[in-house]
Design a protein around this ligand. Structure first.
Ligand SMILES: Cc1ncc(COP(=O)(O)O)c(C=O)c1O
Length: 432
């Protein structure tokens, strides 16, 4: 019996009825196939072959509190007794909105939705309505959902991407209309000079700048000191709506997200993933005058927005995260730092170009001779085959990390998990 035989057989079967064998293109996992997972509990997953993993994928972010946190499940179970979708408003929804307005620095008003893709859409629509402009600036390597109008230059080939100071706008899916490029301007992350030159020439056409305040989809790249502050000023000076996409960073880097952590408040921010422990919940939050666009022409809909189970999951998650003055954030930061320090020690002892960067809550491991990564092109230049070999080696030893090299650190690790993880990483590094 091979270690992944059941997963391989099930994937073959899945492909006969499920297009591509998975329900999202981002689940094609090459090592060797998308694993067929049977169950999760805390930081662990078990696959159909009976293998246990310490999970640093966490559903690409949602399971920050581990899989199946009991207070969240209890809250969801209670919500199932009262009904789900009422197409009006309910008390728990109002109370949750009050709580989020307290916690999120930019939130004067919030609205609920079900996915990160969707809240990015309403954020950009609000910004366009507010400014009367149509163009949006986005950054190379940043991901804001798979919708036509913004799914561009997320993972472009470098030989097609154009010059550093004027990147091409490249669509990322066949079937996407080409004319979406007219409304997008792509920029390199962490280069304030290029951004200010672009705004000097096109600022009056720009409705919004949308970005991942820490670039988690392209190597986990923090903003350079002063970068977000300078961007904030450019937006203020030019009437541009600043949108932070906190779908990954929100409720992970701090209770108030990257905006709290980095001390820069956007005009609008969007949240999903860690905000509701795996249940379909997303939040758009922002300044009153922008959010009140919904009263004067901006349409935002969604049958499942604010359904009782998602609201219950979100409220319970937020209260777990906020407990004891947010003590969970100190724990996860410390655990993540232990892992990063351990990985750096392995790299130096074994003299391999394994580079670790990010924060305790989320970091990445890549192979490069030129650290640190400052923007997408640095990430793209890293050694992908070596990274995949390392990640395969860890998976074979019961540690599951994303193929991109991103580690989502769960807030429920124990010391044994840390030791187990570093031993697996050391053995996998020994094969490089
Ligand atoms: C930063 C960011 N924005 C938006 C999205 C899209 O969210 P969803 O998959 O919930 O549509 C993602 C998903 O990974 C993301 O990482």
């Amino acid at each position: 019996m091979g270690r992944y035989d059941t997963s391989i057989a099930r994937y073959e079967d899945a492909k006969t009825v499920l297009a591509g064998g998975v329900s999202s293109n981002f689940r094609y996992h090459p090592l060797p196939v998308p694993l067929s997972i049977e169950r999760g509990e805390g930081p662990y997953l078990w696959d159909a072959d009976g293998n246990r993993y310490i999970d640093y994928v966490l559903g690409n972010g949602p399971a920050f509190l581990g899989h199946n946190p009991k207070p969240v499940l209890d809250a969801v179970r209670a919500s199932l007794e009262v009904g789900q979708a009422f197409t009006t408003v309910h008390q728990a929804e109002i109370e949750l909105a009050h709580r989020l307005v307290e916690l999120i620095p930019c939130a004067e008003l919030v609205r609920f939705d079900v996915s990160g893709t969707q809240v990015d859409q309403i954020a950009m629509r609000l910004a366009r309505a507010h400014t009367g402009r149509t163009k949006v600036i986005k950054f190379e390597g940043h991901y804001h959902g798979w919708a036509d109008n913004i799914f561009a230059s997320v993972a472009p080939a470098i030989n097609e991407a154009g010059p550093h100071n004027n990147p091409q706008v490249l669509t990322q899916s066949t079937g996407q209309p080409d004319n979406i490029r007219e409304n997008l301007v792509v920029q390199p992350f962490n280069d304030i000079q290029v951004l200010s030159d672009t705004i000097a020439s096109q600022g009056s056409e720009i409705a919004s700048i949308v970005l991942e305040p820490m670039a988690c989809n392209s190597g986990v790249i923090p903003p350079e000191p002063g970068y977000l502050q300078a961007m904030r000023k450019l937006c203020d000076d030019n009437g541009i709506v600043l949108i932070f996409d906190e779908v990954i960073t929100g409720f992970r880097l701090a209770l108030g997200g990257a905006q709290e952590r980095f001390g820069v408040t956007p005009d609008v921010a969007v949240f999903a993933k860690a905000v509701a422990a795996g249940f379909p919940m997303a939040v758009v939050a922002g300044k009153r005058d922008i959010m009140e666009g919904v009263l004067s022409g901006v349409v935002h809909g969604g049958t499942y927005n604010g359904i009782t189970s998602s609201v219950a999951a979100c409220r319970a998650s937020v209260e777990m995260l906020a407990a004891d003055g947010g003590a969970i954030y100190d724990k996860v930061e410390k655990d993540g730092q232990t892992l990063m320090d351990g990985l750096k020690e392995i790299a130096s002892r074994r003299a391999i170009p394994l580079h670790t960067q990010g924060l305790g809550q989320i970091f990445s491991t890549v192979f490069t001779e030129n650290p640190p990564l400052l923007s997408y092109r640095d990430y793209k230049a890293t050694d992908e085959p070596m990274r995949l070999k390392f990640i395969q080696g860890m998976q074979d030893r019961g540690v599951r990390v994303t193929a991109r090299g991103t580690w989502f650190v769960p807030a429920v690790l124990c010391d044994e998990d840390l030791t187990f993880t570093l031993e697996a990483a050391d053995a996998a590094a020994g094969e490089i």
